[in-house]
Design a binder for this molecule. Structure first.
Ligand SMILES: [Zn+2]
Length: 298
């Protein structure tokens, strides 16, 4: 197996230790883990102290850990299009503005402009693009140019809950670093684990999926009933696991309603019954589950 099988944080730490850093990474997966890993990785890249990096003792680490609460505004009206990590001049952070639904092209252009300037030291520079699944099409095209001609000693770190919304050309230029929800919950069989991870990644983007996409998704479960039913059963397992995380998040976050997630749970369990006890058509079952899951995302 390639490095992709390694624990994501280990893989990133190893890249820094061996000084074998790619020009672009795509960290994908649900929850806060990919974002936290991107932050630590970027800080490690400019750390001038001893391993393990970030050392938290050198001048660079002190700068990159300085508080920085500047709110980003994609339109550049009430805030800058990006900010620094801490007050480190060689670490840039992009995310969608609070009121924006998208990461905009102006933000990518602003980063491009900043990267054209010299780095402050002889060391590396890094740009984290959090919320990368929210890059709009033109922003992705601008980003693509940056990925095609990366500035020297500069690393771009994309963070996305799901990589499904990114252009294939963007994805293919990044070193992929998928984060599983929880290793303990993954099936032991490697193929099944891969499928499970792929389902989770796709589910992370279900909120913005239209009906045609959901129907298309369900169509993957067409064909001879045996394998199709097994495929749907595996999908329902992954979906239940994904739902559990959403419930935990809503309870933790306080504000969000748990009710819709629980409704979706009920639909999933009825889907499972239909599949096993009533010999229902697997594709239809998948459709029903997918629409219920999207409904639950509000
Ligand atoms: Zn350091």
């Amino acid at each position: 197996m390639s490095d992709a099988a390694a624990e994501p944080n280990v893989l990133l730490r190893r890249a820094v230790e061996r000084d074998r850093v790619h020009s672009a990474y795509l960290l994908s997966g649900p929850g806060a883990a990919p974002r936290e890993a991107a932050l630590a990785f970027a800080r490690a890249l400019v750390c001038s102290g001893d391993a393990p990096r970030p050392c938290e003792a050198c001048r660079d680490c002190r700068r990159s850990s300085a508080p920085n609460e500047i709110a980003i505004d994609g339109a550049g009206k009430s805030g800058p299009p990006y900010r620094q990590i801490g007050d480190h001049p060689d670490l840039l952070w992009v995310e969608r503005g609070r009121a924006d639904t998208r990461v905009r092209i102006a933000q990518i252009r602003a980063v491009q402009g900043a990267l054209r300037l010299q780095a402050s030291g002889a060391g590396r520079r890094a740009v984290v693009i959090a919320d990368a699944e929210w890059l709009n099409q033109e922003a992705q095209n601008a980003l693509l140019r940056l990925l095609e001609e990366p500035p020297p000693r500069t690393t771009l770190v994309l963070v996305a809950a799901s990589s499904a919304g990114l252009l294939a050309t963007v994805r293919s230029r990044c070193q992929r670093v998928p984060f599983p929800v929880s290793r303990a919950r993954l099936p032991e069989d490697p193929d099944a684990a891969d499928a499970f991870r792929a389902h989770l990644e796709r589910l992370a983007g279900i909120r913005s999926a239209g009906a045609p996409e959901l129907l298309d998704w369900a169509e993957a479960f067409r064909g001879p009933r045996g394998p199709a039913a097994d495929g749907v059963a595996a999908f329902l397992d992954a979906a239940s696991s994904w739902l559990r995380d959403r419930v935990v998040e809503s309870i933790g976050g306080g504000g969000a309603e748990v009710g819709p997630w629980l409704d979706a749970f009920r639909v999933l369990s009825s889907c499972r019954k239909a599949l096993v006890q009533r010999n229902a058509n697997p594709q239809m079952v998948a459709e029903r589950a997918l629409f219920a899951l999207r409904e639950a995302t509000g």
